[in-house]
Design a protein around this ligand. Structure first.
Ligand code: C2E
Ligand code: MG
Ligand code: MG
Length: 856
């Protein structure tokens, strides 16, 4: 969850950054874009006004010229004139030192220079600048036609043109000359001001100068950010391109920035909408990612809940043993995992080169301290993958005695530990050796070893803390019982306790004690207000030196272990007393491993086929292929045992190939009867790189049709939630193999997870079938499994159906396919064919008492 949250935060940060960057660029480009658009439009306005002015002036001049053709000043008729230009027009004659106006002589100011102004064809002059003693402060446009001066109030003449467009942004406008002198402005004050005066009053001297320079250079231009009376303006100017005037005019516009922007409202609106749309997409993306992550996370969480109990350790390494990754079990368990960079850094048996072991794919054991600082031993099986290798580890802490605690007392129960026991035994045996034979027989002593049934499950289900409490309660109870007897209690391994009985009267006495100890546990243990029944099994080893050539402490303890194993292997037995024949069992595993490798070379395996019968169709619909070791020594050996051994020692791959070949060959021969064959596949096989290809090649070799072969995998194995295994299964399923989930119900039920798995069929484990007819709980469980499978549209096969009453219950439940001794045990291929003939072809055989099956 934390990882998902971190990923999410990371995504949000990245998206946030992208978002901010885009916003920044959006602002940059959109403002720039808008400004450019605004500039273009404002300049166009300016130029249009400028053109209109020069056009009007020119055409008015031409009209006046035309009117005056051949006329003198005296002949000018004021009324005709007014009609001519639709303006209030006055006229005067230019004389040497003034104007002759309506019979009056108006004298020029001394500073007034007519050559530069009114002697030009068109000019704009402030009347009071021109004439002495006048009260008229207005400026006029003068048209000089043959020294007759026509003049029109510039305000009324120009206002119309500056104001002609209605939806102009707020503005100020001027007509200035090259020197910056204002000739015209709305409501012009008495004295012409220099335009620079405005610029200076607003911005800096620098801006004023640069604007002036640009105006001098005569280019139409545009500039931003001129501030007048605390308002931002765009400044535009354009020279009036008029040939008739010698004094060059410039149309100057100041457009208020804000209003210019809002006049481009439509454009802004579009850009904002576009940006809003973008924001929406980003937000949706964030939400989408959130949902996906959370869903993934809840999947992971869900599967974690399910896999909480029994998950293997998986470490990915390269060929040099460098750790490339690990699964959550490793993460959860190893406290100081950070310090492990190479597998070799794990504590392991002396002299074992782990890199070499990985290369040769031989299993090895590593130890480390877990998060609770308890010692763990894990058996690692190296498995090849394409680019790397996987170490698949099983926790063997409970089985492994190679680890010795550093102190002499068990940390949980504070009882003396194995080292102490061995030490005591060592001294005891040495003492006995020195005694006279006669005395030895008097000094009777025994070791009793007991362990708690299913303790690892207690631990898994209730948690380690509770497990520890159980151990303490057990030790308290036994210790109290031993009080006053010549006996000491030792806590030798996780759930293994030893009692050393000394100075016994007889060996029978030990058995009596042991029975009483076993009875101690008939009363439940009270833990956290829970009553818990625990069951123990005991192994007794009597120390009788005369019976053994050589006995040392270690050997004595081992014999005790062997005895305990023997007791555990038989359900009816609560305890066992050592007997020399047991010893052979201990070395059995080693011998078996050796024999197994020989068996592979000699090809001592054969396949048996056990029918799967459909009650409804009344015929055999499939066979499960079961391997048998054809060796008199292992005749009654369950394949489960040697398969497990083969897995441990990496021999399963070769055995698996043989099984596959035989099974597919048989499947081909059953094909025409519409019967499939199920093949058991070991996890180690499936994990091996190239497995799918091997299967497909073999299927091709026998030209198998889709549906002829089913692959059986065990439930516990699938729960590892190994994506690439799921992928492999999917691949196989797409290629026409059915996938059967074997031994369903024995793992820590993965019911919740079932729907995600690529499986077609569930095989209910025989444990549930065994008591089906008599036990209502078994019936309830089977009922549940069947209805669950139905709702997931999966087929069901019941395993281990031995009796008809079991079958009847199954039929009622709606589970129609059965496999078990009721039909037949696993038989050779020829016998299997015979069964097909009897059940399917000739119909001479049917299982008894099949009732009418209700559907649904
Ligand atoms: P499994 O796959 O669950 O196979 C079913 C086991 O139940 C078989 O035991 C079968 O003989 C036994 N069985 C069938 N009907 C009954 C019945 O009515 N009552 C009782 N008590 N038992 C019944 P088997 O052949 O000893 O195989 C044991 C396990 O060994 C198999 O369990 C499977 O996990 C493994 N195994 C067997 N053959 C192969 C193989 O070819 N490859 C692999 N990888 N594993 C195999
Ligand atoms: Mg099976
Ligand atoms: Mg099974």
């Amino acid at each position: 969850k934390k990882a998902a949250f971190q990923t999410y935060v990371f995504f949000v940060l990245i998206l946030g950054a992208v978002f901010l960057a885009t916003y920044y660029f959006y602002r940059l480009t959109s403002t720039e874009f808008l400004e450019r658009k605004i500039a273009d439009s404002l300049l166009t306005i300016t130029e249009n006004v400028d053109e209109a002015i020069s056009y009007k002036m020119d055409s008015d001049y031409q009209r006046l010229e035309h009117y005056m053709d051949g006329k003198t000043y005296d002949e000018v008729d004021g009324e005709v004139l007014n009609g001519l230009l639709s303006e209030d027009i006055e006229f005067a004659r230019i004389t040497e030192d003034g104007l002759e106006y309506k019979g009056l002589l108006l004298l020029f100011n001394q500073t007034f220079i007519p050559e530069n102004t009114i002697e030009n064809k068109i000019s704009i002059v402030n009347f009071s600048d021109m004439i002495i003693g006048t009260t008229d402060t207005k400026s006029y446009i003068f048209f000089n036609v043959n020294d007759v001066l026509f003049f029109i109030d510039s305000n009324s003449y120009l206002n119309k043109m500056f104001l002609s467009s209605e939806d102009l942004p707020e503005n100020m406008y001027f007509l200035i000359n090259k020197d910056g002198l204002i000739y015209y402005q709305l409501d012009m004050e008495a004295n012409n001001k220099f335009y620079e005066y405005y610029l200076r009053s607003s911005n800096s001297e620098q801006v004023a100068t640069s604007v002036k320079e640009q105006i001098y250079s005569g280019e139409a231009s545009y500039k931003t950010s001129i501030t007048f009376s605390n308002k931002e303006y765009y400044l535009c100017y354009s020279p009036v391109s008029n040939q008739s005037t010698s004094n060059e005019f410039y149309v100057v516009y100041l457009f208020e920035t804000e209003s210019a922007f809002s006049s481009m409202g439509m454009l802004t609106y579009q850009l904002v909408t576009l940006f809003g749309l973008y924001c929406l997409i980003v937000i949706l993306a964030i939400i989408g990612i959130y949902i996906i992550l959370m869903r993934k996370n809840s999947d992971i969480e869900g599967s974690m809940v399910i896999h909480y109990y029994d998950k293997p350790y998986i470490i990915r390494v390269n060929k040099k043993g460098k750790i490339l990754g690990y699964n959550s079990t490793v993460r959860r368990t190893i406290s100081r995992r950070m310090k492990y960079k190479y597998v070799n850094e794990f504590e392991h048996e002396d002299g074992v080169d782990l890199v070499d072991a990985i290369k040769k794919q031989t299993p090895f054991t590593v130890s480390f301290d877990d998060v609770d600082d308890l010692r763990k031993s894990v058996l690692m099986i190296p498995v090849k993958n394409i680019f790397s290798k996987y170490l698949v580890g099983t926790d063997i802490t409970y089985q492994d005695s190679s680890y010795k605690s550093k102190t002499l007392h068990n940390q949980i129960t504070n009882l003396p530990n194995l080292d102490l026991l061995l030490d005591v035994l060592d001294r005891h045996i040495k003492y006995l050796e020195h005694c006279a034979v006669k005395d030895r027989e008097v000094l009777k002593s025994s070791i009793v070893l007991f362990d708690i049934k299913q303790f690892s499950n207690f631990n898994k289900v209730f948690g380690r803390k509770m497990g520890n409490q159980i151990l303490c309660k057990i030790s308290e109870r036994v210790k109290k019982y031993l009080d006053g007897k010549n006996a000491d209690l030792y806590h030798t391994e996780i759930d293994l306790f030893a009692i050393f009985f000394d100075s016994l009267e007889s060996f029978e006495q030990v058995s009596a004690y042991v029975e009483e100890i076993i009875d101690l546990f008939k009363k439940p243990l009270e833990i956290d207000n829970n009553n818990l029944i625990v069951d123990i099994k005991c192994g007794i080893f009597n120390i009788e030196l005369q019976k053994y050539d050589k006995l040392d402490a270690r050997k004595a303890y081992e014999n005790c272990q062997i005895t305990l194993m023997q007791a555990k292997s038989l359900t009816s037995l609560k305890y066992a007393v050592y007997n020399a024949t047991f010893s052979t069992a201990a070395t059995k595993e080693q011998a078996m491993t050796k024999d197994l490798s020989i068996a592979i070379e000699k090809n001592e395996f054969v396949m048996f086929y056990q029918p799967q019968y459909n009650n409804e169709e009344r015929r055999i619909v499939g066979f499960e292929a079961l391997v048998r070791w054809d060796n008199p020594k292992y005749k009654f050996q369950s394949p489960a045992i040697f398969i497990e051994l083969a897995e441990k020692n990496n021999m399963i791959i070769q055995i698996g190939r043989f099984i596959m070949d035989q099974t597919f060959q048989a499947a081909k021969r059953f094909e025409k009867y519409n019967i499939h064959v199920s093949m058991n596949v070991s996890p180690v096989q499936l994990m091996q790189a190239g497995f799918v290809n091997e299967v497909l090649e073999c299927a091709n070799k026998y030209e198998l049709k889709a549906g002829s072969v089913a692959i059986e995998i065990t439930e516990t194995f699938l729960m590892e939630n190994f994506n690439y295994i799921i992928e492999k299964l999917n691949l196989l399923r797409n290629k026409g193999f059915s996938i059967h989930l074997d031994d369903f119900g024995t793992g820590y039920s993965s019911m919740l997870y079932l729907k995600e798995l690529p499986i077609n069929t569930i095989k209910i484990d025989k444990e549930f079938i065994r008591h089906l007819a008599t036990d209502k709980y078994s019936r309830a469980i089977v009922n549940k499994i069947v209805s669950l499978a139905r709702s997931l549209e999966l087929d069901i096969i019941a395993e281990g159906v031995e009796k008809d009453d079991q079958n009847q219950v199954l039929i009622k439940t709606g589970c129609n396919i059965i496999q078990g001794y009721l039909i037949s045990r696993g038989v050779s291929f020829d016998d299997a064919m015979q069964l097909v003939n009897e059940y399917n072809v000739e119909k001479t055989k049917q299982i008894a008492k099949v009732k009418k099956v209700k559907k649904g």
